[in-house]
Design a protein around this ligand. Structure first.
Ligand SMILES: [Zn+2]
Length: 190
């Protein structure tokens, strides 16, 4: 890992975070959508369970990509340098140059108000079985809290009812994965 420089070093996250709990930008999906064209600007948003959790404005230049967003109510836009490498079968692959370590990466994660590569942001991918259960459990707790809080005045009843349906499904999912876990425990495979 690089030294990162003082600016990035100071804000380096201490705790590991799982990939599914972060917002990320992925050059592969933007390329598939045909967005990686010099001069192209577009809006990008993340959602979880139908609710928008964040959005940014993206401007593509020949050797950089500007990610325009707000963090804690302040403008925290970042211009990330990009590089290209030739593909084996023609064309070129675009990479972000991580603003902290300078390494090449196709994915950057948003954490502590800035985008950087997975290593610099201490983002980890959990194991396949664990992550499905973790994700379901996280959703379970989020939905449970929302339902406990009741329907906000501004929310439509249909939206709230959909929330309750989703909670039922997640509840089943959590119970199923818990059963699988217990069966595996009993079989001595854990
Ligand atoms: Zn980095």
């Amino acid at each position: 890992m690089g030294t990162g420089g003082t600016r990035c070093g100071a804000g380096r996250p201490g705790q590991r975070l799982k990939a599914e709990h972060t917002l990320k930008v992925d050059l592969r999906s933007w390329r598939k959508l045909g967005y990686l064209v010099n001069g192209h600007s577009f809006a990008w948003q993340w959602s979880r369970g139908g609710e928008v959790t964040g959005n940014i404005g993206v401007s593509v230049r020949a050797d950089s990509i500007r990610l325009g967003y707000a963090a804690n109510g302040q403008d925290a836009s970042q211009t990330i340098r990009t590089t290209t490498t030739p593909c084996r079968y023609g064309g070129a692959r675009t990479w972000f140059q991580c603003p902290c370590c300078g390494g090449r990466s196709v994915v950057l994660f948003l954490r502590v108000g800035r985008f950087a590569c997975r290593q610099c942001q201490k983002v980890s991918y959990s194991s396949q079985s664990g992550s499905a259960h973790d994700r379901a459990l996280t959703r379970y707790h989020q939905l449970h809290a929302l339902i406990e809080a009741g329907k906000p005045k501004w929310q439509r009843w249909t939206t709230f009812e959909r929330l309750e349906d989703r909670f039922e499904r997640v509840n089943e999912q959590v119970n199923r994965s818990l059963m699988t876990f217990i069966q595996r425990l009993q079989a001595g495979r854990c």
